[in-house]
Design a protein around this ligand. Structure first.
Ligand SMILES: [Zn+2]
Length: 172
């Protein structure tokens, strides 16, 4: 066992999830400030947690950089499970496309993970001209090659058609 210490660096998270977490923490700062307790997790550490019964899974979303454990920075760092502070933070997290473990599994309240939605952050990163352009393409019935990809926030790549589809939904 060499590498079982928790990593707390938010920059180690996957680019899109990192953006979500940063936006979420920015809002929490005004309500009930939180900070990362653990971000990316090594395979060694996950195995260690699994073997000692601290984790129920052999492979965690933490290993893929799409989960973060948080604690409160004022008052009690880890309030009891299901407390109103966790519930409030879970509700706000969802606004940013983040699920709270407590809501998902009724335990692990300080665990927050990507809910898989990209749309909210994609649309925020699309300039006005892009939205107008997408609307024009849609009106003319123009679709794109499914193999074409576009880089979005944080360097993540998605198919262009998917990107256009998201924009269309928002400009209707
Ligand atoms: Zn976790």
């Amino acid at each position: 066992m060499t590498n079982i210490k928790p990593i707390r660096d938010i920059e180690k998270l996957s680019p899109l999830f990192r953006k979500k977490v940063k936006a979420f923490l920015r809002e929490m700062k005004k309500i009930d400030p939180m900070a990362p307790h653990e971000t990316l997790r090594t395979a060694e550490r996950q195995l260690y947690l699994y073997r000692t019964g601290k984790s129920k899974v052999k492979h965690s979303n933490h290993q893929d950089g799409v989960a973060v454990d948080l604690h409160f920075t004022t008052g009690e760092a880890f309030p009891r499970a299901g407390s109103s502070r966790w519930k409030t933070s879970a509700k706000i997290a969802k606004k940013y496309g983040i699920d709270c473990g407590g809501i998902l599994w009724d335990w692990d309240w300080n665990h927050f993970q990507d809910d898989g939605s990209k749309e909210q952050l994609i649309i925020k990163g699309v300039p006005e001209w892009g939205q107008v352009f997408a609307q024009k393409m849609k009106t003319k019935g123009i679709t794109t090659d499914p193999k074409l990809e576009i880089m979005i926030n944080g360097g993540e790549t998605i198919p262009l058609y998917q990107f256009m589809g998201v924009i269309e939904k928002y400009v209707e």
